[in-house]
Design a protein. Structure first.
Length: 311
């Protein structure tokens, strides 16, 4: 066998050996391209989208997990992701305000895509802060299992509209998610029905949809935007109100600093001699403490029972 023949044999051998890898890469690429391309603005919506879409969607989450959503700004790469999307999922109600002004307005009109504002048409609560920069409504809808169910249903409707081949698959996944959220809603109602206290004190007023549905008040150090700075008078007034209500539990989302919660706790203990607690109340902005969206929602109920004395 001459040198040329040896090279031909070697080349053929390499081709045969590498062929399965090449075929595999082509198959994987084809699989990915066959999936419904979904872009969700932040973690909770990405979680709901994945739960419904399962194996037939590829979900891209824009805002990194456990990042403040209000002040986040998209880059060119985020706009490019949205350009490729079949379905774009936003929260609306002023939360991901940049979706409309900076992303959707930049996309070409040539691609057929479905944009889902998951809070559109829902019964939204007005903002308690009249100067809230992102609109007249409280946007933290997904914190409530009841509101999350309504938002998830809009995602499901978009999926079956865009991918009729897998309607039965999406329907099965949706009904499973719906059942879980309805069970959580029922558990919240039952678990908090015997509460002895009527007020919760939080560092960030992001839980009004829970308070509204399950019958308690929310009082916060800061308003809807987590980057606000409270005044000394705000702290003093909250401490006085907690003493008046004989409530000694302060809630904080572990994504944010617990500085204000610790201040309230220390002032309460100094003025009353009672032991105060700082408990977690998750805003569900990303996986944390080894807990996903549903697990954080479940722990929120457990901790609310403590503060509202419903145990």
């Amino acid at each position: 066998m001459n040198k040329k023949q040896k090279l031909l044999v070697l080349g053929a051998t390499i081709f045969i050996i590498s062929l399965p890898t090449v075929v595999s890469l082509i198959f994987v690429t084809k699989q990915a391209s066959d999936k419904l391309q979904v872009v969700a603005s932040f973690y909770a919506l990405a979680f709901l989208s994945q739960e419904i879409g399962g194996d037939h969607v590829q979900v891209t989450q824009l805002v990194p997990s456990n990042t403040e959503i209000h002040s986040w700004e998209p880059s060119a790469s985020h706009i490019a992701s949205a350009e490729r999307a079949d379905v774009i999922v936003s929260n609306g109600a002023g939360l991901d305000h940049w979706m409309e002004t900076e992303i959707l307005s930049s996309l070409s009109s040539s691609k057929n895509r479905t944009c889902v504002n998951t809070s559109e048409g829902l019964e939204l609560l007005s903002s308690e802060s009249q100067d809230h920069e992102h609109g007249p409504y409280d946007p933290h809808t997904w914190v409530s299992p009841y509101m999350a169910k309504l938002q998830a249903e809009k995602i499901y409707s978009a999926f079956v509209q865009r991918d009729s081949v897998h309607v039965s698959y999406y329907t099965e996944k949706w009904l499973n998610l719906k059942s879980k959220l309805e069970q959580l809603d029922s558990d919240y109602s039952a678990g908090l029905s015997a509460k002895q206290k009527n007020a919760t004190f939080v560092t960030h007023e992001a839980f009004r949809y829970l308070a509204h549905r399950y019958g308690f008040e929310q009082h916060g150090v800061i308003g809807l935007s987590a980057d606000e700075q409270p005044s000394a008078a705000t702290i003093v007034n909250l401490v006085n109100l907690m003493i008046e209500r004989e409530t000694f539990v302060v809630y904080v989302d572990p994504v944010y600093s617990d500085e204000y919660a610790q201040t309230l706790k220390n002032e309460l203990q100094a003025q009353t001699g009672y032991i105060a607690q700082v408990l977690k109340l998750y805003l569900m902005l990303g996986p944390i403490d080894d807990k996903d969206y549903m697990e954080q929602m479940r722990l929120n109920l457990d901790n609310l029972k403590v503060g509202l004395e419903a145990t």
